[in-house]
Ligand binder design. Structure first.
Ligand code: SF4
Length: 287
């Protein structure tokens, strides 16, 4: 959407906001720097980087406020569960709302007048448009808009761009390797992304494996407060330590990839990863 706006294919953005959990892959920060340098600054669109803390450090710091990640749990009684996700709201939505209020001139606790609001763009593509339909605005000063659903020229239906249309557009402008934004140790990570991390980015893999071991008894503050987890927590859905988890198992979507063209392969690969869009986290599909 930033490229489309900078090129004049969408209206000019007033600002772009990136909520940083402090634990993104290096490729995301590199991409963001490039996007700012090559696209946003030349177009006169300011990029605001906001943060309420480092999710990895907060999880392991008994003194830090921490919003729960959706960890897989094996209870002491043998049952399986998943902790309720609070991290997206705390580390992404909250700092974005604070920045929007600041930009509007009404920082908390000043009430925002009913007539004052921003239009917030959310990059949902046409192949997942049902997710946009399920979304509702939770504050009056931010009104959601989904520009990709109304763009002309989509390859499949004419109006509305699919994920594949977006990838083609990015590729044509030299942004082929646009990475997905998500914490390194996000439990929504699929086997494909885990393998890619292990095989291509060993330092990041080692970081995730270490965190997985360190979070086994739950977050540090809960332990310090005398409310430890009634079981063990894991990053991988197998509820095994990440280093031993069956991440080499090829999922059905990966088998399907092999029968489709190169753009579809990229699209499915992306779909397998659970990116963390503040207002459209794919984890919502699981809850
Ligand atoms: S990427 Fe995952 S762990 Fe990080 S904020 Fe989003 S849901 Fe939470």
């Amino acid at each position: 959407m930033a490229l489309l706006s900078a090129a004049g294919d969408l209206p000019k953005l007033d600002a772009a906001i990136f909520a940083d959990t402090g634990w993104e892959p290096a490729a995301v920060y590199t991409h963001l720097d490039r996007l700012e340098r090559e696209v946003l600054i030349p177009a006169g669109i300011p990029l605001h980087r906001v943060s309420v803390g480092n999710i990895r450090e907060d999880a392991l710091d008994p003194a830090a406020r921490f919003a729960q990640m959706p960890l897989y749990v094996r209870g002491n009684g043998g049952g399986h569960g998943m902790l309720r996700r609070a991290c997206t709201a705390e580390y992404k939505v909250k700092p974005i709302k604070a920045k929007v209020r600041h930009l509007l001139g009404y920082p908390h606790p000043r009430p925002v007048p009913k007539t004052v609001f921003v239009e917030q763009w959310i990059g949902i593509s046409s192949d997942e448009s049902s997710r946009a339909a399920r979304m509702s605005d939770d504050v009056k000063y931010m009104r959601s808009h989904f520009p990709l659903l109304f763009l002309p020229g989509g390859a499949q239906r004419g109006v509305g761009w699919s994920r594949t249309d977006c990838i083609r557009y990015l590729s044509a402008r030299g942004f082929t390797s646009t990475p997905k934004s998500a914490c390194l140790g996000c439990p929504y990570t699929g086997n494909r992304r885990w393998r890619e991390m292990r095989d291509e980015r060993p330092a990041e893999w080692a970081d995730a494996v270490k965190f997985d071991a360190d979070i086994r008894q739950g977050n540090a503050r809960a332990i310090a407060n005398g409310t430890p987890l009634d079981g063990e927590a894991f990053l991988h859905r197998s509820r095994l330590p990440l280093a031993e988890a069956p991440i080499d198992r090829v999922t059905r979507s990966e088998w399907n990839d092999r029968q489709t063209d190169v753009f579809e392969q990229v699209a499915d690969a992306e779909a397998d990863e659970r990116g963390c869009s503040p207002w459209a986290c794919r984890g919502d599909d699981d809850e």
